[in-house]
Design a protein around this ligand. Structure first.
Ligand code: UDP
Length: 194
């Protein structure tokens, strides 16, 4: 695996298609995986905030969410083939999940938004098994969401709480999970909800 370091953030040198295939392999092999899709704003945040940088360092993979990261690599004399976004990764993983009947869990967004997103996923990818979902406006210090996710053992967990909440939630709870691909997807549920 090749990486490009941009201001201390290690970006995976991979195409969108290659990345989705890699994540699918990790699902098949039941290898727990934490993905950060990082745009230039996230790189700056990691650069400026040591606490956030330590979260970024815990990711299994960081991919280049936005053409700005691809261009920054070029300016450094390095190469990243293309942008690899959270939304595109999610859609492609749903396509694969529809063929392989993957179990997924969705966490984040407003209640009406996530309910619409779940309905749209069920309609478009009927073989994807949505084992559970939860809106993103819960009491951080008093919730059993992670325990629920751990018990359901989903293959894929999409977390749309915005940056840095989604990454924090994954890191704080990561030890509870036996396997699964955990990916922060920002505003993707809003897009899928339409
Ligand atoms: N969100 C959430 N809980 C929060 C804050 C945000 O579930 O406490 C959701 C929000 O509803 C939206 C998603 O996180 O669906 C992404 O939010 P935003 O666009 O602010 O994040 P960014 O795109 O900057 O990561």
């Amino acid at each position: 695996m090749k990486y490009v370091n941009i201001m201390g953030v290690p970006f995976l040198n991979i195409t969108q298609q290659g990345f989705v295939e890699l994540l699918d392999k990790r699902v098949e092999q039941k290898e727990k995986t934490f993905v950060i899709t990082a745009n230039p704003e996230i790189v700056m945040k990691a650069y400026e905030e040591p606490e956030f940088m330590s979260i970024v360092q815990k990711a299994t993979y960081v991919c280049a969410d936005g053409i700005g990261v691809v261009k920054a690599a070029k300016m450094l004399g390095e190469y990243l083939p293309e942008r690899v976004t959270g939304y595109d990764s999610m859609v492609k993983l749903l396509e694969i999940g529809n063929k392989k009947r993957y179990k997924i869990f969705l966490l984040g967004a407003q209640k009406e938004t996530i309910e619409k997103a779940v309905a749209n996923i069920n309609a478009t990818y009927p073989n994807v098994d949505i084992v559970g979902y939860q809106d993103g406006y819960f009491d951080w210090n008093n919730n059993t969401i992670a325990e629920t996710v751990a018990n359901l053992k989903p293959d894929l967990v999409f977390v749309a709480l915005g940056v840095p909440r989604q990454e924090k939630w994954i890191v704080e709870n990561y030890d509870k999970f036996s396997h699964g691909v955990f990916i922060g997807v920002g505003g993707s549920f809003d897009v899928i909800a339409g």
